[in-house]
Design a protein around this ligand. Structure first.
Ligand code: PLP
Length: 433
């Protein structure tokens, strides 16, 4: 299969280049030249398939031309070593728990698939692959965990100083080995800008054999569409879900659009954001105005210039009307989010993290305006990753900390501080070559 840039349909590359280069030279995003669908045979039996079987069918639709069956099966099975249970809080109010992976956030799905696919694509190369990743909190941990001790790779993580939670920071800075963390004196958008600047510098990018692990990388999105199908099949037959997606860079929501493109029956998508509401504002007005991000308690969604927006536009033929026909946007303040954390606990005895809480608010608003619909809210992280907020709202000890997170508390942080300056960052990178 060939891939083209969203900025230029005639710039075409193969799978290896699309995945390892991540970003086309014209600063667009890679998309498959023809979007795959799953055939009638699949949609006849999809409700009876396992998570792995669904994963394999989806991966095969995208990558089957390039990756042999046995390798692809290993990649999918290695990715899906944990489940994504669908919980029902009340009739029509479903929560899809995506936090059962090693770093307790949905990003484990994308990162694990990507690490395995990249390892396969570079199996005959002898150059060190340098994975560069900007994180607003959870990406870095997922990518670090997925690549840790993978031979022939090293990971450089950029994270905004003081803007990730304590345990998130430990996930980024305590693995050692082939994982390095840079603590950037700036925002997530600065981190993302620095990463982009390194890629756009062709000479540097070639010399360091740079690749990106951000959700601009297509191989992170495809495995995220597995769980849209896996969760929808658990609703009663004939019920089309409304997916409510707590969003920042909009990779997760774009994966939902890919699932629908494959043939999944979807009623609607709701993009739920905190006050960083660039996309909800666009859906309302038709004006797309990226702006600097503001810090919130749902920090993984503090994004002012969502990196997957170009893909969303491409999927709707750049039509605002078409996009708003399928996606609605709703945004909430921290105050409303905190109240929702308390309300979900008191109504349903369920601890929902601040990102999921933003989604839950949007789902409730949607159902109240569309009675009888079934919402599936993606719960993107385990509440213990945001312990401060959870304990402020629910009291000390309200959230159990899973063992794999608890053991990080006593490990020592190792990070290199840098300024949010492109020249400084490139100079530092040059020293790593
Ligand atoms: C990354 C992240 C998000 C936002 O996902 P996007 O794909 O960037 O929209 C939401 N919640 C949590 C917990 C995350 O880690």
């Amino acid at each position: 299969m060939l891939y083209h840039s969203t900025n230029n349909p005639t710039h075409r590359v193969d799978l290896k280049e699309a995945i390892l280069r991540s970003l086309p030279p014209d600063n667009g995003l890679y998309m498959p030249c023809s979007l795959p669908t799953l055939g009638e045979d699949f949609w006849k039996i999809w409700r009876d398939l396992s998570f792995e079987e669904i994963g394999y069918a989806v991966a095969d639709a995208f990558f089957g031309e390039d990756v042999p069956e046995e390798a692809l099966t290993d990649i999918v099975d290695g990715t899906l070593e944990f489940d994504a249970p669908l919980i029902t809080l009340a009739p029509g109010d479903h929560i899809l728990e995506l936090f059962h992976g090693p770093t307790l956030a949905f990003k484990d799905f994308g990162a694990r698939f990507m690490a395995r696919l990249m390892a396969w694509l570079t199996r005959d190369d002898d150059r060190l692959l340098t994975v560069l990743v900007a994180t607003s909190g959870d990406t870095g941990g997922a990518v670090a965990s997925a690549f840790h001790q993978v031979e022939g790779t090293r990971v450089i993580i950029l994270y905004p100083k003081g803007k990730v939670s304590g345990l998130q920071e430990k996930q980024l800075t305590t693995l050692g080995g082939n994982i390095q963390a840079l603590e950037v004196d700036g925002t997530f958008d600065d981190c993302q800008r620095l990463v982009k600047s390194a890629f756009l510098d062709r000479e540097l990018s070639e010399r360091l054999n740079l690749t990106s692990a951000n959700s601009i990388n297509l191989s992170r999105l495809v495995p995220q569409s597995f769980y849209y199908i896996h969760s929808a099949r658990q609703l009663p037959e004939g019920v089309k879900p409304v997916f409510v997606v707590p969003s920042g860079n909009f990779g997760n929501l774009t994966a939902g659009l890919l699932a629908r493109q494959l043939g999944l029956p979807v009623e609607h998508f709701v993009a739920a954001t905190n006050i960083n509401d660039v996309v909800p504002a666009y859906l309302k007005t038709g004006n797309y105005q990226p702006r600097p991000s503001a810090a919130t308690i749902s920090n993984a969604m503090d994004v002012g210039a969502p990196s997957n927006f170009a893909r969303m536009e491409a999927l709707f033929g750049k039509s605002w009307e078409a996009m708003r026909g399928l996606i609605s946007g709703l945004s909430y303040s921290d105050q409303a989010t905190r109240a929702a954390v308390r309300e979900v606990k008191s109504l349903h005895d369920y601890e929902i993290d601040p990102h999921g809480a933003v989604g839950w608010l949007a789902a409730r608003q949607w159902r109240s305006q569309h009675p009888g619909t079934a919402t599936i809210t993606l719960e993107t992280a385990h509440p213990s990753k945001f312990l401060d907020v959870m304990e402020q709202e629910l009291g000390q000890g309200a959230v159990e900390i899973p063992e794999r997170l608890a053991i990080l508390a006593n490990r020592e942080k190792v990070a290199t501080p840098i300024a949010a300056d492109e020249a400084d960052f490139k100079a530092w990178l040059n020293q790593q070559a």
